[in-house]
Design a protein around this ligand. Structure first.
Ligand SMILES: [Zn+2]
Length: 97
């Protein structure tokens, strides 16, 4: 799966993408994309880079899931109970240290 993760890293270096975008781009399921992201986070960290996250938010009331650390889509808004959740987007900052 090395090449798939390299592809994933290239995609995230270009534009912020959510799980749905990534799954479609890589031809895998969202749950698999989430697992790959988990690994990619570690790979990036060992390279001194970080995976940035634009938190998921509720389309109904705007509640942001800022404390969420797992790579899965929240099912329901804790504030208004809506299930119209915009998934978190992931990207890799390109600046060099
Ligand atoms: Zn809400």
């Amino acid at each position: 799966m090395g090449t798939l993760r390299q592809h994933l890293i290239r995609l995230l270096g270009k534009a912020p993408m959510d799980l749905c975008d990534l799954a479609a781009a890589l031809g895998i399921r969202e749950a698999e994309a989430a697992e790959h992201l988990q690994h990619v986070t570690r790979t990036l960290r060992s390279q001194g880079r970080t995976l940035k996250v634009v938190p998921a938010h509720c389309r109904q009331c705007g509640h942001a899931f800022t404390k969420r650390t797992r790579f899965t889509r929240p099912g329901r808004c804790p504030r208004c109970r809506s299930n119209r959740i915009e998934g978190a987007k992931y990207f890799i900052a390109t600046q060099r240290r």
